[in-house]
Unconditional design. Structure first.
Length: 302
């Protein structure tokens, strides 16, 4: 436990360990991904995918190791009992910080299959990590404004096609599909701009979840709905590295997916789209109630 050191020094040590961990595991991932690229056969994929996923899980375990070494975080976690690592899992969570990803990976690693995130297209250019996400077949999405889509209508539906293709690959072996329904990290400015009716959340975007369920609905019987709360305020990634995240509260629950919501056409059927949006709104109201209760239990310092 190195948290007795000054925060700046802790941050430097954690950063160094993070980088070492990346440069140890990523080259191995890239070699195996290159083999899959050169030999695009189902038999090759079925043999290599479990190895690649095991490498990724080892990478996450090492992240948990340096987190334990440099952090003094108190974890209050409920609702993760009974999870299975051998079945497909859809995970949904609120999104406030890059720290959320480390929280989710730390808590869910080897409890469920490796989390696959839908990422913004620009993130493929992140040094080293972009290649790692590509090797792990994280889907990269292009997000366009409505104004852009009006000028370029041919781009409408491209993300849906990306989602479908990704889900076809995910269907081969047990996978966890991670969906941040807000589509971006919560900030007060974004919240005000959206005029969100949820005090602690941005408005949910149901399209990505609907398409994933439409493509793989037979694989998912429920959604693991995760709510993350930081009692000491939403941390930056540097706060996290410096050991300033003292408490993390996580509540999870399994939410059954109505069978009818796995069968409709979200893109073309307006009635189905309305039904799906209403179901997501109910999920979001429950999440807002959970965050309100947690804020009362763990009041943030003003």
């Amino acid at each position: 436990m190195l948290n007795f050191l000054p925060p700046l020094l802790v941050g430097c040590i954690a950063s160094l360990l993070l980088v070492i961990n990346i440069f140890f595991w990523v080259p191995i991932l890239l070699v195996l991904a290159a083999i899959k690229l050169l030999l695009p056969l189902r038999a090759v994929r079925l043999r290599l995918d479990p190895v690649i996923l095991a490498i990724a899980e080892g990478w996450i375990s090492c992240n948990s190791g340096w987190m334990a070494l440099t952090q003094r975080t108190v974890w209050d976690v409920q609702g993760l009992d009974g999870l299975r690592a051998d079945s497909w899992t859809m995970v949904s969570s609120n999104h406030q910080s890059w720290v959320d990803i480390f929280v989710l990976q730390h808590l869910l690693n080897r409890r469920i299959p490796l989390l696959k995130f839908f990422l913004k297209q620009q993130l493929i250019w992140v040094p080293v990590m972009g290649l790692a996400w590509w090797a792990l077949e994280f889907p990269f999405m292009r997000r366009h404004s409505e104004a852009y889509l009006k000028k370029h209508p041919e781009m409408r539906g491209k993300d849906q096609e990306t989602t479908r293709k990704a889900c076809e690959k995910f269907a081969l072996i047990p996978t966890s599909v991670m969906n941040f329904l807000e589509g971006t990290r919560f900030t007060p400015a974004k919240h005000a701009r959206q005029q969100s009716p949820y005090p602690h959340l941005l408005k949910p975007k149901a399209g990505g979840l609907a398409l994933a369920l439409q493509a793989m609905g037979s694989k998912f019987h429920s959604i693991l709905d995760v709510t993350i709360y930081y009692p000491d305020g939403i941390p930056t990634f540097w706060d996290f590295l410096c050991g300033r995240v003292r408490r993390v509260v996580v509540r999870a629950r399994s939410v059954p997916v109505p069978a009818a919501l796995c069968l409709g056409d979200y893109g073309q059927d307006a009635a189905f789209r309305a039904d799906f949006a209403a179901w997501v709104a109910a999920l979001w109201q429950e999440k807002e109630a959970t965050l309100t209760a947690l804020e009362q239990q763990y009041p943030r310092q003003r």
